[in-house]
Write a protein that binds this ligand. Structure first.
Ligand code: SF4
Length: 700
């Protein structure tokens, strides 16, 4: 099966995109086709990998790997093996019929933040040109869209981290908000370790005393959904204690007066009542942050996955701006993106409101540029569509057919039982995946596709560093790449040209489409990425005789990306979660991840070693709460919200607030945490409120 010697590539999972080498497995009959070898020269992880990365080859040869298309038999209702010609014809027929009967917007497309840049670009182009639909979005909407929106509002540009990870140990103090790096991307923990070794301070804001929080100099544990108030309380104290960087505010920002007034309305004692964090702790955090030589605030899903996620991130950005910790070397605000291509996946056109290069779909100049690259009339491009949850909620209503790539919403979407029911009500569903995920099980046609080590393509990691995953293996017979799938469907639907199957050819077109846009990739090539261990965007193309642009590891040092170069304070106020606790549902549920599983678990649940380490869901709760419910450690406990009920063993620990329970969301079935979660949406980012809902507990 192997065709090469050692190949330098990247992990298929999270946004750290750790570098690894793959080489043919040794021995006469190796269990796996390739083995992972350290790649210490790649600067982001310097050879370190978590268990998911180390075991990633297991999915390549998994016995549950799909290696032939499946088509649902009309007589028995079961999925049956089919040829590729039969399967693609069935998909084309399903999409064509729906469009003819109900119009182009009756066909939906749902993508994923794990798709390479080439795939995300092609999927968006396919939806808008071949299907003519506006109804496309992707699961990255559930990931970091609130941070992206807040970034845009304040700085005029969204790149997860506007500085490289190597800057973290060089700052004076990091406030890590709602991120558990020890579980989500363990190799990144070394940046915090080095920060402390250099004398820097770490403040962790998390309702749980996680393994990451245990490393902090100061751990603040607010009630879930109240970190906006905490940031306002800190800003109040910054003002009250004369710690505002007046010179920075005057020279590089606008809007301070309104933001200041908002913060001054949040008295520390009031903030203590909202958050549960005592005033002296808030004061200690302010002093630690402001007395340090430089500072950063890094957020992840905690503050972002809320119905006020954009404002919550905005409150933390305001704190950075008021203290002069933005737009300066080794200081700033950054978002720790989650999915493997969470950054690139939102830049190149699979998002409902965007065109390649992070251009806005409703911007006439952007439409004209991209239409020119695609050789079509700008007027023919559809407008913005629905956001991810709104699209899933519309299935079976006015959206009657769905093409889904790289996502498993039956497990990962909020209010998952309802989403599952909506998916079941579709007239037609086609899913491209590597295994029969819980969503693929419901499809009319399942298309088996190649995996990370069997194909070449780029991803953009959480730093905005564009990377190259390289093909190390010949795929098994019977699978095709997503690019080949879209090429084949385009041809069957009458679009003969313009859907290349060679990733480098797609990337060259993406470079042209992105040229001049906010996420400009024009100066990045596969060769440069290989030579330079990745290239940071924006990287405009060079004119004839001009030197190559170096790429941009650090943004905003001279000016922010707004029209006048000044950052914007956005005034924000605390508001409650969409669903507050009451007598019927007196406990707060928050959700997250564990180190041995990834997202919906579609891949990692198929790896024996990972399953042994994390075999199923659990409910983490405080001993006082456990006593009230009458459960002991390991006994089943039922968690009930207004949307449904999930049951999993109790895990009793003092590391969580007594008013809060935690469930990881990687599993289907009765332990499916997303059965419970609330799809209330942030008005700006359209992010659902995964991180806070009201529940009651019962003995399971
Ligand atoms: Fe892969 Fe993320 Fe683990 Fe690195 S931290 S090995 S990128 S899952």
């Amino acid at each position: 099966m192997s065709e090469v010697t050692t190949v330098a590539t990247h992990c298929p999972y999270c946004a750290l995109q750790c570098g690894m080498n793959l080489r043919p497995a040794a021995g006469p009959a190796p269990e796996l086709p390739v083995e992972v070898v350290d790649r210490p020269d790649f600067p982001v992880n310097r050879g370190a990998l978590c268990g998911k990365g180390r075991t990633a080859p297991a999915v390549l040869s998994s016995r549950v790997r799909l290696t032939e298309p499946l088509v649902r038999c009309p007589d028995t209702g079961a999925l049956k093996p089919a040829t590729w010609e039969e399967a693609l014809a069935a998909v084309a027929d399903g999409l064509r019929r729906t469009r003819a009967d109900h119009g182009a917007d009756a066909v939906g497309v749902f993508g994923g933040g794990g798709l390479t840049n080439e795939k995300a670009y092609t999927l968006g182009k396919f939806a808008r040109l071949v299907l003519g639909t506006s109804q496309i979005d992707y699961n990255g909407r559930f990931c970091m869209s609130s941070a992206a929106a807040a970034h845009q509002r304040a700085f005029g540009l969204d790149r997860g981290l506007p500085f490289p990870l190597e800057d973290i140990p060089r700052t004076g103090c990091v406030i890590l908000v709602g991120s558990n790096l020890a579980e989500t991307m363990p190799p990144a923990l070394r940046y915090l370790t080095e920060l402390k070794e250099n004398g820097g301070k770490l403040i962790v804001v998390d309702p749980r005393r996680t393994r990451t929080a245990e490393q902090a100099d100061l751990h603040l544990a607010p009630r879930p959904g109240t970190d906006l108030a905490l940031a306002l309380g800190m800003l109040h104290l910054v003002v009250a204690e004369g710690l505002v960087d007046e010179e920075f505010v005057a020279e590089r920002t606008d809007g301070w007066a309104a933001a200041r007034a908002g913060a001054m309305a949040h008295w520390p004692e009031h903030v203590e009542r909202i958050t549960g964090v005592a005033v002296p702790q808030v004061r200690a955090a302010v002093r630690m942050f402001c007395e340090a030589d430089g500072g950063m605030v890094l957020t992840a899903r905690g503050p972002e996955q809320q119905s006020k996620g954009t404002d919550t991130v905005g409150a933390w950005i305001n704190l950075c701006l008021a203290t002069g910790r933005a737009g300066r070397l080794h200081s700033g605000y950054g978002c720790l993106t989650g999915q493997g291509n969470g950054q690139g996946g939102r830049e190149h056109g699979q998002k409902a409101d965007q065109l390649p290069g992070y251009r806005k779909l409703d911007d006439p100049a952007a439409r004209a540029h991209v239409a020119g690259v695609w050789g079509v009339d700008p007027e023919s491009l559809p407008g913005p569509g629905r956001s991810a949850y709104e699209l899933l909620d519309a299935l079976g209503g006015d959206v009657k057919a769905l093409l889904l790539m790289g996502s498993n919403p039956v497990v990962s979407a909020p209010r998952a039982a309802h989403v599952e029911e909506r998916i079941r009500s579709l007239d037609f569903l086609a899913v491209a995946d590597v295994v029969l995920s819980e969503t693929a099980e419901l499809a009319d046609v399942v298309l088996p596709v190649t995996q990370w080590a069997e194909e070449t393509g780029t991803t953009t990691n959480l730093e905005g560093r564009v990377l190259l995953r390289r093909r190390a293996l010949t795929p098994p017979p019977g699978v095709r790449s997503d690019l080949e799938v879209l090429h084949g469907l385009a041809a069957l639907l009458g679009w003969e040209k313009g859907f290349p199957t060679d990733p480098e050819e797609v990337f060259d077109e993406l470079r042209r489409a992105s040229a001049g846009g906010p996420a400009d990739y024009a100066g990045i090539s596969y060769r440069r990425i290989e030579r330079e261990q990745g290239v940071f965007w924006p990287c405009p193309g060079a004119g004839p005789g001009e030197p190559e642009h170096t790429g941009t590891p650090r943004l905003f040092l001279d000016r922010f990306a707004t029209a006048d170069g000044r950052a914007r304070f956005v005034p924000v106020v605390h508001r409650a979660a969409a669903e507050e606790t009451d007598d019927a549902y007196p406990v707060v549920l928050t959700t997250g991840r564990v180190v041995a599983q990834y997202q919906s678990g579609a891949q990692t649940r198929r790896v024996d070693e990972l399953n042994t380490a994390a075999p199923g869901a659990f409910v983490e709760l405080h001993p006082r709460l456990a006593e009230r419910v009458g459960v002991e450690d390991g006994q089943p406990v039922a968690v009930v919200s207004r949307r449904g009920r999930a049951v999993a063993p109790a895990r009793i620990t003092t590391s969580i607030r007594p008013d809060t329970v935690f469930m990881p969301f990687h599993w289907p079935g009765e332990g499916r945490a997303n059965t419970l979660t609330n799809p209330a949406l942030d008005p700006v980012s359209r992010m659902p409120e995964f991180k806070v809902c009201a529940v009651r507990l019962e003995r399971g």
